[in-house]
Design a binder for this molecule. Sequence first.
Ligand SMILES: Nc1ncnc2c1ncn2[C@@H]1O[C@H](COP(=O)(O)OP(=O)(O)OP(=O)(O)O)[C@@H](O)[C@H]1O
Ligand SMILES: O=C(O)[C@H](O)[C@@H](O)[C@H](O)[C@H](O)CO
Length: 187
Amino acid sequence: MAPETLNARQLLVMGVSGCGKSTLAARLAQGLGASLIEGDDHHPAANVDKMRRGIALEDADRLPWLGVLGALLAASTGPAVLTCSALKKSYRDRLRAAVPGLRIVFIELDLEEATRRLAARKDHFFNPRLVASQFMALESPVGEEGVFRVSAMLPQPEQARAVAHWLQSTAPTGAPLVFSPSELAFP
Ligand SMILES: Nc1ncnc2c1ncn2[C@@H]1O[C@H](COP(=O)(O)OP(=O)(O)OP(=O)(O)O)[C@@H](O)[C@H]1O
Ligand SMILES: O=C(O)[C@H](O)[C@@H](O)[C@H](O)[C@H](O)CO
């Protein structure tokens, strides 16, 4: 996709549970002067309850949630960063339908490190028993248009700088740059 057709205002940060979506998205939102939409905050209570009990979500659980997230992102008046697992291509396509040309940052993590991180995380509804199901559901977005992959193993400031560089280097020409990342904003 040519930079011109990429969305300059909204950004999705995706990946399996524990990859670091919330951490990186918060930093990006701060550095970009964007609002943060935390996907987990919009799961219906029934989804949270399932995940707490160690029952993996299915398409029927996720589709209404994706609808809400797409609508929120599309309605954002200024720049916005959304966190959402967006594990399958059909889920991402739903978000793209709401926000054409959506830019996507994919944080790539392997099962071993995900298992370690989730076991270490104590105050979260996501049941660590579900970690393998996340990888079973995951369809890598690498190769899809508007996608930037970043390793989950990079220190978080380096991740943010890499994303900022990607945003800058693919900024639409001639269009007002709503995301105006600068190295200074990502110390
Ligand atoms: N770049 C990083 N390097 C090492 N650890 C990290 C990094 N980013 C996040 N973490 C740690 O990994 C754990 C998961 O991070 P975080 O909650 O941001 O992931 P998440 O993808 O938002 O997870 P979930 O979707 O389950 O809420 C946290 O303990 C966090 O401190
Ligand atoms: O699609 C899913 O299975 C869910 O969105 C999960 O990924 C969790 O909500 C999230 O990661 C919180 O731990």
